[in-house]
Design a binder for this molecule. Sequence first.
Ligand code: NAP
Length: 330
Amino acid sequence: MAAASGSVFAFLGPLEACFALIGTLIVISFVICTLYFLGKNIYVFFFAERLGHTVDFKNLGEWAVVTGATDGIGKGYALDLARRGCNIILISRSEEKLRNVAKEIASKYNVRTRIVVADFSSDETIYDKIKSDLEGLEIGTLINNVGVGAPYPEYFHRMVGGDQTALNMIRVNCVAQTLMTRIILPQMVARKKGVIVHLSSGAGSAPVPMLAEYSATKAFNDFLGRALQQEYEDQGIISQVIMPYVVATNMSGMKKTNLFILESESYARSCLNSVGFLPRTNGHPSHCIQNWLGSMIPYFLRARLMRSMMEKWRDMSIAKLKKKGEYKGE
Ligand SMILES: NC(=O)c1ccc[n+]([C@@H]2O[C@H](COP(=O)([O-])OP(=O)(O)OC[C@H]3O[C@@H](n4cnc5c(N)ncnc54)[C@H](OP(=O)(O)O)[C@@H]3O)[C@@H](O)[C@H]2O)c1
């Protein structure tokens, strides 16, 4: 191989040889990085749990906190952390839904549950109540899951619900992750262990037209989680960013699952298996492949494609609302 490449370079002038060498090194490093990425993801998603190599969440602290825990991905995290032996603190708006999920957990797993009723779209005084409700509890895991979007893609100046929707999105998606982390992180630092998961989105990895604010809040989650990982990794704390594509939940409005649209509990299980291995991940092989394929398309083309998809989604949503006589946009 070395002799062959040496003889190839011998035919070239010094500048061409230099370019050929750089090209060869780029190809070799691309192949090595791709193989490493593939190998690591295969190990994490297909073998880590079977081999007992996943994080022992129970050992991090008695309790795990999940925000937005009554539905979708948050409920999936709560159930799977309970399966792994953690006591669960569930936080959401609806007391009835919280009690039902707590009952479901208690009927399936031998762990304790607590509920905290809080509306993250209200003002910052809710955090005093949350802080006092969590006082004295040893919390090893925080799942910063709660998140909201606009009901359907729309031009920014016409966003459904106007300024109130715009403000709520920042309160629920950004303020909640920031202040919940600030409440719980100090005790993790004191014990030198803990896991904080930040739910971002595939929409947070590049700007999405007509989901402008949602996409921006999800980029906030991504940056917060990645910066905290760098800040606290040498203090025994894992900060992980999860960037899902479509999961069948109320927020996505998808009911049927398939190869790409995943069921929330198995999605959360897959995400939890990746903690400690993948600091920033799409959380499941299917979503990792979607992300990889998308990243092959240059952003200016992807943005056009996304915009035309979003416009179609918007038009369909408006047509449905008009049919029901519920459209308030005009
Ligand atoms: N589903 C997807 O396809 C997808 C894709 C990418 C990223 N994500 C991200 O994943 C996370 C979870 O999404 P999801 O699809 O599982 O959502 P979901 O099914 O709509 O569930 C949202 C949860 O949050 C709670 N919640 C909503 N507003 C709240 C508020 N103001 N205060 C307190 N709790 C509130 C809801 O319970 P109550 O109604 O009882 O309060 C519910 O438990 C979000 O951060 C989202 O951005 C989801």
